[in-house]
Design a protein around this ligand. Structure first.
Ligand SMILES: Cc1cc2nc3c(=O)[nH]c(=O)nc-3n(C[C@H](O)[C@H](O)[C@H](O)COP(=O)(O)O)c2cc1C
Length: 174
């Protein structure tokens, strides 16, 4: 299976990145291809709502920026992982910009191969996930109709506790 991970954390070696790496280790060992995009290191602008993509653009975004490579990967991906720290009760702003730009390729229908989605979240406090989960359910499960592969959370920097579980989760995919 080809898996696209969008990591919305700007912090190298932070909790979100460690979650992603544990997952990647398990998934690759099981023979999956995992592409991790460090969204915060890309130049990705917010959606302009120009509707070029749904008109003359024929599914292509008018903006030519760091999103181009993600669009190409989305076409190939069977599964998507949305990974983010919680910032002000939601996903990071950089990741939100990237997700808004899905509008060009995932509206009105989803990318051809994409069937599954999972979410990894890291927060300071427990039970801070309602905002991110609302988007996960509304945008990815209900709207795109993707299969819910699970939500994994850590809080207070206690990332060690879930690394084994994430490795195992990745290892169970094929
Ligand atoms: C700008 C900012 C906003 C944050 N907002 C919240 C919040 O609303 N709730 C919370 O529990 N933690 C909040 N945090 C803490 C982070 O979610 C937490 O430190 C997380 O583990 C960071 O992930 P990382 O290690 O991948 O960078 C915030 C941190 C930053 C920098």
């Amino acid at each position: 299976m080809r898996i696209l991970v969008l990591n919305g954390s700007p912090r190298p070696g932070g909790c979100t990145s460690r979650m992603v790496e544990a997952f990647r280790g398990g998934a690759e060992a099981a023979g999956n291809q995992v592409d991790v995009v460090e969204v915060c290191r890309r130049n990705i602008h917010g959606c302009l709502a120009c509707e070029h993509c749904h008109g003359r653009g024929g599914g292509e975004c008018a903006q030519k920026d760091g999103m181009g490579e993600i669009y190409a990967m989305l076409k190939q991906a069977d599964m998507l992982v949305i990974a983010s720290p919680i910032y002000y009760h939601g996903i990071s702003g950089q990741l939100k910009c990237a997700i808004d730009r899905f509008y060009a390729v995932a509206y009105p229908s989803r990318p051809e191969r994409l069937r599954k989605v999972a979410m990894f979240l890291s927060s300071g406090d427990p039970d801070m996930y309602d905002g991110a989960l609302f988007s996960f359910k509304g945008d990815f499960l209900d709207y795109l109709g993707l299969e819910d592969m699970g939500v994994f959370t850590v809080h207070g920097g206690d990332v060690e506790a879930c690394l084994g579980e994430l490795r195992e989760f990745g290892g169970g995919l094929s």
